[in-house]
Design a protein around this ligand. Sequence first.
Ligand code: PAN
Ligand code: ZN
Length: 192
Amino acid sequence: MPPFAMPPVPPMALSLDTARGALAPEGPMLVRRMSDLEGLFRSADAWRAACDGDDPVVYEVTSSPVPELPRELPQSVTTIRPGACGGEFHMTKGHQHPDPQGEIYLGLSGRGGLLMFDGERPEWVDMGPGTIGYIPPGWAHRSVNTGDEPYRFLAVYPGSAGHDYGWVLEHGMGLRARRGTGGEVSLVPYDG
Ligand code: PAN
Ligand code: ZN
């Protein structure tokens, strides 16, 4: 029997509670607070003040039990809480897949954006319930909550892709998503 016929998890159905972002059965769960996002917001002062304050939860990631192994297709549900830091919308850390492979996001609730960057060109995709965002191989990606409610999406990605967070610290993401005076999204150059 070939190795791929003896999977680490059996064929299964998962139930997704889109209102709570819960998966059943559920795998590992990750909570990212403001203090986990060092060096990512434009304003280091605003970031420090938020950390020294209540150090709010910025986003949570719930995973399915499908492991990050070659040939597997892990899934996760990310919930980004609404808010801003120094005028910049709450966002994920963002990463590059060291083994360049594509990924699919499906918007579940709230309003958000999918920011992608290939090292030269940034791309922005508006996300909402029912939107499928496609991340091609080689594009770093970050998600942003642009609304007043939690923004939630499902991600499906190849189990061997890996996650490189240093790439974003080194190269940036090409654009920043700032909250305009009327609450609108204002996309500005990364250093702006
Ligand atoms: C997503 C992300 C998730 C959290 O599942 O990992 O939204 O974002 P960060 O990993 O950038 O903190 C995904 O793109 N997986 O490959
Ligand atoms: Zn990814």
